[in-house]
Design a protein around this ligand. Structure first.
Ligand code: 6PG
Length: 225
């Protein structure tokens, strides 16, 4: 199915509406809404607005598409960003949040996370995966030229990223591509050229290789992107 592309001047409210709409559909159909969060800067205002909504959080199962290999209170932590922007203000129960333990040895943390997902459901299919895109076309922590791009027999791996001289924890394509819906949230200016390449299907860019088998992709583009 071709990706749906929306250029919007109301990026945050459109993103919140999309997420809430998917949650209502999933909860009505299956009693639970499985959503994976993206990190970085773009989603923060979306999470802050979500936190103000009165939603059935106990029906939400929140996972993370990737995480830096740092403790949860580190400024680099994607969990910390979401906790400060959303989880704490909305008082979301800890039982509804599956945190990637960035403080653990990376390979062990990835294996532990993959097992935790499979204990909940096997296969584990997200209703919605939020993804960002970097200016090199990476998504989650699937960076160009890194080993995780070729992994087909794991759902979550530790991925060494030379540009950071550090490991990251990340979903792999097998997990991304069993999602019902993947939504790229891209708002930062300066990614226009890469975005065009990705939307044209240039497989040199990891974002272009996200291809849900039975799901669909939405691109929500704001901020001049
Ligand atoms: C991360 C993200 C990463 C992010 C992109 C875009 O851990 O950094 O998961 O994939 O989504 O790098 O980041 P910005 O939203 O900050 O541009």
């Amino acid at each position: 199915m071709k990706p749906e592309i929306f250029h919007t001047s109301s990026f945050v409210s459109d993103a919140v509406a999309l997420i809430v709409g998917e949650a209502e559909k999933a909860i009505a159909a299956r009693g639970v809404f499985r959503i994976a969060l993206s990190g970085g800067n773009t989603p923060r205002p979306v999470y802050e607005v979500l936190a103000k909504r009165d939603l059935p959080w106990s029906r939400w199962e929140i996972t993370f598409g990737d995480e830096r290999c740092v403790p949860p209170d580190d400024a680099q932590s994607n969990f910390r960003m979401a906790k400060n922007a959303w989880f704490e203000p909305a008082k979301i129960p800890a039982a509804n949040i599956l945190r990637m333990e960035g403080e653990l040895e990376p390979a062990a943390a990835a294996e532990k996370y993959e097992s935790a997902l499979l204990e909940k459901s096997s296969p584990y299919g997200h209703d919605l995966i939020l993804l960002g895109m970097g200016d090199d076309g990476h998504t989650a922590s699937l960076f160009p030229g890194t080993n995780a791009l070729d992994v087909q027999d794991r759902l979550v791996v530790a991925n060494y990223v030379p540009k950071f001289s550090a490991h990251r924890l990340t979903f792999t394509y097998p997990l991304l591509n069993v999602a019902r819906h993947v939504c790229f949230l891209v708002s930062s200016i300066g990614k226009e050229a890469v975005l065009q390449e990705v939307l044209a299907g240039n497989q040199n860019y990891p974002s272009a290789r996200v291809a849900p088998v039975d799901g669909h992709i939405t691109w929500l583009l704001g901020g001049g992107a």
